[in-house]
Design a protein around this ligand. Structure first.
Ligand code: PGA
Length: 261
């Protein structure tokens, strides 16, 4: 396992921040910085910014994606957006099951499962977010919760269909709180995720699977988190809104590739 190379994937989750103009200004300054870098850099942006940014990044390695989508292919669902529309607009990936969606918009594992299946069908890379609440953490239920989320959200999918999947482990108590999980805690859960994926699908899929950590990642903890063997990348909310801190995290993550080299 130690000689196996997994890409390092750093994703910014902008949530409901940035107008098209702000997004374009950010991206035009980011592009020259990541040119030629081996780190895969992705931005999950508001729907309105997907098309203009996708146009802007065409000749670059920067990936643009969405933060949510509906499970249906189309239909009378006022205010919703279909995977094929995101794909057409230039999105290459989509965040699914983010805890803010689960908590504020009552998304459950069955609904998220239908979204993952639809994303795979339309050719969007699914980034499945999993994580336990503070209450579950304190009750010692983390593994149970994560196992249920992985099993139910990935139900009826095959290893072949999940080749492009990314899993983001985001403990709910760490999101936006300023209290990141320690590298050891995150490593423990992420290695458990890999084990569940091996049992549920195949050891080959589990071994190549990119697993990100998310929750209060910032320039002062990114490097240490990434030094763990099962932390292949980061999903960054607040710190991805500032160009300076996002660039610093991307630059710091190069050390993981160097250590693998
Ligand atoms: P945070 O958010 O980095 O602001 O904690 C992470 C996320 O919600 O994906």
């Amino acid at each position: 396992m130690d000689s196996f190379y997994r890409p390092v994937v750093i994703t910014g989750n902008w949530k409901m921040y940035k107008t098209i103009e702000e997004a374009q200004s950010f991206v035009s300054q980011l592009i020259p910085v990541i040119e030629g870098s081996d780190v895969e850099v992705c931005l999950a942006v508001p729907f309105t910014a997907i098309y203009p940014l996708a146009q802007e990044v065409q000749q670059t390695s920067l990936m643009i994606g969405a933060q949510n989508m509906n499970d249906a292919s189309e239909g009378a669902f006022t205010g919703e957006i279909a995977g094929k529309m995101l794909k057409e607009a230039g999105a290459s990936f989509v965040l699914l099951g983010h805890s803010e969606r689960r908590r504020l918009y009552h998304e459950d594992n069955a609904f998220i499962n239908r979204k993952v299946r639809r994303a795979v069908e339309v050719g969007l890379r699914p980034v499945l977010c999993v994580g336990e609440t503070l209450q579950e953490y304190e009750a010692g239920e983390t593994r149970q919760v994560i196992q249920a989320q992985l099993t139910e959200c990935l139900k009826d999918l095959t290893a072949e269909q999940l080749k492009s999947l990314i899993i983001a482990y985001e403990p709910v108590w760490a999101i936006g709180s300023g209290y990141s999980a320690t590298p050891e805690i995150a490593q423990g859960v992420q290695s458990f995720c890999r084990q569940v994926m091996a049992e549920q699908f195949s050891s080959e899929l589990a071994e190549q699977l990119v697993i990100q950590y998310g929750g209060s990642v910032n320039p002062s903890n990114a490097k240490e988190l990434l030094s763990q063997p099962d932390i292949d990348g980061l999903l960054i909310g607040g710190a991805s809104l500032s160009l300076e801190s996002f660039i610093q995290i991307v630059n710091d993550s190069k050390s993981k590739i160097q250590s693998q080299g």
